[in-house]
Design a protein around this ligand. Structure first.
Ligand code: URA
Length: 433
């Protein structure tokens, strides 16, 4: 088999065989296929697409490219949630403790921030001492003991995706439906959970900008999961504005804790309740409606917050930060972004908001950049809100004073203000089963 022929076949619109896809992923994993040929095939896939059979083969090959995680020693049903990535998306910090508080096992392997989007591992590392690397034995023991552990993915985990993603990132081939589906589901299936709830974001802050595209991606991923024997649900959720008001690592942890105390923003709380209810229902805790009540109860009676504190303690984190979030270090500089005019916020380019947060130091431009955990944005106004001239739209936080002006410019040019109140958009556009 020759890589040249595989690229040519896909370039001309052909359907790759299972063997050709396995050969490709095998070569990506062992380094025998050079980057330029991998990139060329990604570009051919970007333009020509893949059939569902090819996408499944690609996913299973990515899943099988590294170490299989053996979670058979975890007792009970394991359920996971995965978001396709957004801005201000701290849902894992809320839904994982809610679900685990009912005895369902959440053995979570999360990612770091990617481009304009944040990642759960970075947020957890904002809690001083929190270990996002555990040995397999520690991970399994913690899940068995308290029901929840959250770590980053190890290097050996679906390594083909790591390589592919790095090349897609620099060759403008990230936003290809089959490549995204194989990347996400390849990693999810390698973790071998029993039930998976996908949170497929849609809108200006997500990789998929339209509801149609997000729904198509959700259908593809649900189908792949079911073919692999998993219980699957996907929600299509709104990422046309940041979720909640906080963007940036420790700011988001604080907002997640407030939500677990029952004082979270309405939009963020509702998305968390909906995701938790689907997770609990898939795991056999009752109908969706019953599980929605359970999710609200776990917030009201404090059991979900206790579960988060227990998890932070178990992973070496400073739980005093969770018990009193005033203890989080604050950024040295803050700056209020004022509205240049009166009117309604008609639109906010959420990707640009994410990039503004990145400019403040909350994310990485390069893989080895060091994160400023206290950096980020607290929004004061969101789409649909009325703002007066000179009133705060947002407050920026950073330890790098010179970044404030850049972020202010990005934020203002990403915010459209007009005279007519825009129609409210749904938080959840649909559920794919
Ligand atoms: N998240 C992933 O893990 N992979 C993608 O391709 C896009 C988002």
């Amino acid at each position: 088999m020759r890589m040249y022929d595989i690229i040519k076949k896909k370039r001309d619109g052909g359907e790759l065989t299972t063997e050709e896809i396995k050969y490709f992923i095998g070569g990506v994993t062992d380094g025998s296929i050079p980057d330029y040929q991998i990139s060329a095939l990604c570009m051919a896939i970007y333009f020509r697409g893949m059939t569902q059979r090819e996408t499944c083969d690609l996913t299973f090959a990515v899943r099988d490219s590294g170490e299989k995680v053996d979670f058979s020693a975890i007792r009970g049903i394991r359920v996971d949630k995965h978001s396709t990535g957004g801005v201000g998306d701290k849902t894992s910090l809320v839904v994982a403790p809610i679900v685990a508080s009912y005895g369902i096992k959440v053995a979570k392997m999360s990612g770091r921030g990617l481009g304009h989007t944040g990642g759960t591992v970075d947020k957890l590392e904002a809690i001083s001492g929190f270990r996002t690397t555990l040995s397999d034995a520690e991970f399994i023991e913690q899940v068995n003991k308290i029901g929840l552990a959250i770590v980053g993915q190890s290097k050996q985990f679906a390594p083909a995706d790591k390589k592919l993603y790095a090349l897609r990132d620099v060759t403008a081939t990230v936003d290809s439906m089959p490549l995204i589906a194989a990347s996400i589901m390849g990693k999810k299936l390698a973790a071998d959970d029993d039930c998976i709830v996908l949170d497929v974001k849609t809108g200006s802050g997500s990789f998929m900008k339209t509801v149609e595209k997000s729904t198509e991606l959700a259908r593809i991923m649900v189908d792949i999961g079911k073919r692999a024997g998993k219980k699957m649900v996907a929600l299509i959720t709104n990422m046309d504005m940041p979720l909640g008001y906080a963007i940036g690592n420790s700011l988001e942890v604080i907002e997640a804790v407030e939500t677990l105390r029952g004082r979270g923003p309405a939009d963020f709380t509702e998305v968390c309740i909906t995701l938790s209810a689907h997770m609990l229902s898939l795991a056999g805790k009752g109908t969706y409606e019953e599980c929605e009540k359970l999710a609200r109860t776990a917030i009201e009676n404090g059991s979900a917050l206790n579960k988060l504190v227990e998890t932070v303690k178990a992973q070496g984190g400073d739980s005093a930060l969770i018990e009193n979030t005033d203890n989080f270090a604050r950024a040295k500089y803050s700056f209020a972004v004022k509205s240049p005019m009166s009117g309604y916020i008609l639109d906010a380019d959420t990707e640009a908001y994410g990039l503004a947060s990145l400019a403040l130091g909350a994310g990485r431009n390069r893989a080895d950049d060091v994160i400023d955990y206290s950096a980020g944005i607290i929004l004061r106004k969101k789409t649909g809100d009325f703002v007066r001239e000179g009133e705060d739209i947002a407050v920026l936080y950073s330890n790098n004073e010179s970044s404030l002006a850049t972020a202010q410019k990005q934020l203002l040019s990403a915010t459209v203000i007009g005279s007519e109140k825009p129609q409210a958009e749904p938080l959840v556009y649909g559920v794919i089963k």
